[in-house]
Design a protein around this ligand. Structure first.
Ligand SMILES: *Cc1c(COP(=O)(O)O)cnc(C)c1O
Length: 381
């Protein structure tokens, strides 16, 4: 059985005429930088997320950096975030000269634990970056409550969660800024790198708009330091087509997640939770398994793709050793890094494929149990 972790080509084939038309329209226009599709797509995203301003940029990583630059964060500042995320979240903090200050995660949602945020706040804290990991919204009411109490802006890393909802609101538009990634494998994926920042604040939007074009409003008049991080016209045109299908694709992912949940029933395996009041968009479908590595090996033997997001928490990455944060500092994160396993999840997954995948995980579990250890974990705490 040919199973893929993400199936971008089949998805493309289904909308090929529309996508190809958009691509050729841009090629024929000659407006490869800041063509009209960029503004049109920004307006479409603002409307979709129900935010006032959306500024396209070259990647989700750049979106995080641009947001922090617009907020004036830099040398000597601290930014509170989660150690259980893709490296970009902390990398951008360090690149602008600030220091990532980590807070452990909630064992059920894998998102930053709001109960532990306040202890990490100091006089130097200039932002909090919660990450809506795997497409599951963070507990934003709790996070915004703490942030507002201390007067600290929140930048939502919504790279994996474009369209996920928290109490009826789409994430990304709840904090001062939201950063979105259109990396090809994200729920709304471009055909290359692309990203966006969204905000409801007109001054922050204006700053972000300047920063992405070398800190200028008018060409060759540079008021502030910026970067070169524009959203390509070509990617904007492609994304404009794909955005129309996003809700339908979320539903396909949610159906696939619910099918996995049913197939794993009574297996003792911990399946993803959907936090109360939230709409999870299942960028990833992630299990928690005590004998994770044995299960991963069994899946590899059966040619079933799978992935570990993420095997090494950021506080233990070699790139972040100043200051050294010893192992054991964030036990919930460290345990998750040893136990998570993501299964194939995309809009083209068939029931037959899911049955085969689940049967293989269950098989691996009983092998592991035969060796005297349960493969499932009794409790997530
Ligand atoms: C993908 C991702 C990013 C970075 O997005 P790019 O578009 O790849 O630069 C940042 N944060 C998280 C959590 C991500 O998953």
């Amino acid at each position: 059985m040919n199973i893929q972790m993400v199936d971008l080509v089949t998805q493309y084939r289904k909308i090929k005429p529309e996508v190809d038309e958009a691509i050729h329209r841009v090629l024929d226009s000659g407006h490869y930088i800041m063509g009209k599709e960029v503004g049109e797509f920004e307006a479409a995203v603002a409307s979709y997320l129900n935010v006032k301003y959306a500024v396209g940029c070259a990647s989700g990583t750049d979106g995080l950096q641009v947001a922090m630059m617009a907020l004036g964060i830099g040398h000597g500042d601290e930014v509170v975030t989660t150690p259980f995320t893709f490296v970009a979240t902390a990398e951008t903090i360090a690149l602008i000269g600030a220091r990532p200050v980590y807070v452990d995660i909630d064992p059920r949602t894998y998102n930053i634990d709001p109960a532990k945020i306040e202890a990490a706040i100091t006089k130097r804290t200039k932002a909090i970056i919660p990450v809506h990991l795997y497409g599951q919204p963070c507990d934003m009411d709790a996070i915004m409550g703490i942030a507002n109490k201390h007067g600290i802006p929140v930048i939502e890393d919504a790279a994996q969660a474009m369209g996920a909802e928290y109490t009826g609101r789409k994430v990304g538009g709840i904090g001062a800024f939201g950063a979105i990634s259109f990396f090809p494998s994200k729920n709304l994926g471009a055909f290359g790198d692309a990203g966006m920042v969204v905000t409801n604040d007109p001054l922050l939007a204006e700053k972000a708009r300047m920063i992405i074009v070398h800190g200028s409003r008018k060409k060759y008049y540079h008021e502030i330091l910026g970067v070169n991080s524009r959203l390509d016209t070509l990617q904007a045109a492609i994304l404009q087509v794909k955005l129309k299908y996003l809700e339908e694709w979320h539903e396909a992912r949610r159906r696939a997640a619910h099918a996995y949940n049913r197939l794993f029933a009574r297996s003792g395996i911990i399946v993803p939770s959907e936090a109360p009041g939230c709409k999870h968009i299942y960028h990833q479908y992630t299990l928690r398994l005590s004998r994770r590595d044995a299960v991963a090996k069994h899946l590899a033997d059966k040619k079933i793709p799978h992935a570990i997001y993420y095997p090494i928490p950021l506080h233990l990455q070699q790139a972040f050793t100043d200051p050294v944060v010893p192992e054991g500092t964030f036990p919930v994160t460290e345990r998750a890094a040893r136990e998570v396993l993501s299964l194939p999840m995309h809009t083209e997954l068939s029931e037959e494929q899911q049955e085969f995948i689940v049967a293989s995980v269950r098989e691996a579990m009983s092998h592991a149990a035969g060796q005297g250890e349960p493969a499932g974990v009794g409790s997530a705490t």
